[in-house]
Design a binder for this molecule. Structure first.
Ligand code: 13P
Length: 291
């Protein structure tokens, strides 16, 4: 039960109108922090790792840590590869044991996006025990090695979204709706809630088939997040806020304890900072007690 695909977790979320937090981590301390918090909140969990930290630590190492933490956990937990533009790396992580793979061919022309996404879907489905997320339109901002300028970002077309999902066979679908990776430059970003609602109605109106993903959680207000969940967002990604928590807590500790050389103490403050962020989002997304 604890080692699961994202789709297994998200069907219930989409049917019951809450979202599962998908939190990006780059090391063991952060992975422990998100797992411990989700257990405490009795919330299902998606652990996300981008391509750079996946390569740095190695997919097999990450999967070994994930399995060790998840197998004894009383909640369902998925390990997700975030935004891989490289098909071979998607396959490598699938082979290692990630349970959700995001192939991001959204910067490619439409037909190429379909063919690359379908290749990863077919591969993962043939292995079994892995769901696949695809993206249509482009999310602006910076996420790991992917950079999209604001004027390059394109929102997902609803009719094309349905065709994309049908032709690729993706299990989860991330339509670009105006949210952005990184820190928003404005307090009230222009997010096309209705577009998300329309896509959800077209894909899942007659019963949930393909849960929807919201990218760019950092910096969205509680009000925006709640509305995105009401419009059909079932997986809600948060990355930058956790990176800030890690760096700020480390910097704060070192500034105040310049004479100390005990790395374990930094781990403790980092864990506490990450736990605070994760706990807050789990409550906002309505997944507390859903595991
Ligand atoms: P943020 O960095 O804006 O939270 O976005 C996270 C994300 O969408 C990861 O895929």
């Amino acid at each position: 039960m604890s080692i699961v695909t994202a789709k297994e977790i998200l069907m219930d979320a989409a049917e019951n109108k809450y979202a599962v937090g998908a939190f990006n981590i780059t090391n063991l301390i952060q992975m422990e922090a998100v797992v411990e918090t989700a257990i405490e909140k009795k919330a299902p969990l998606i652990i996300q790792v981008s391509v750079t930290p996946s390569k740095f630590l190695g997919p097999d190492v990450l999967v070994a840590i994930y399995r060790t933490l998840a197998e004894s956990a009383p909640i369902p937990i998925c390990l997700h590869l975030d935004h891989s533009t490289n098909i071979e790396f998607c396959k490598q992580c699938a082979d290692s044991g990630y349970t959700n793979i995001m192939v991001d061919a959204s910067k490619q022309p439409y037909e190429e996006n379909i063919s690359q996404t379908k290749e990863v879907v077919d591969y993962c489905h043939s292995l079994g025990g892995i769901s696949v997320e695809g993206e249509l339109g482009t999310v602006s901002g910076v996420e790991d090695q992917i950079k999209v300028a604001e004027d390059e970002a394109a929102l997902a077309n609803p009719e094309q979204s349905v065709e994309f999902v049908e032709r690729t066979g993706v299990d989860l679908f991330a339509p670009a709706i105006g949210t952005a990776h990184g820190v928003y430059k404005t307090k009230n970003p222009i997010v096309d809630f209705d577009r998300l609602g329309k896509i959800n109605e077209m894909l899942n109106g007659n019963g949930v088939k393909t849960p929807l993903v919201v990218h760019g959680g950092t910096g969205l207000s509680k009000e925006y997040a709640v509305k995105l969940v009401a419009m059909g967002g079932a997986k809600f990604n948060v990355s930058t806020e956790l990176k800030h928590a890690l760096i700020d807590s480390t910097y704060g500790y070192i500034s105040e304890n310049r004479e100390q050389y005990n790395p374990g103490k930094i781990d403790i403050v980092v864990k506490a900072a990450i736990r605070e962020v994760v706990s807050r989002w789990i409550d906002i997304l309505g997944s507390t007690g859903k595991a």
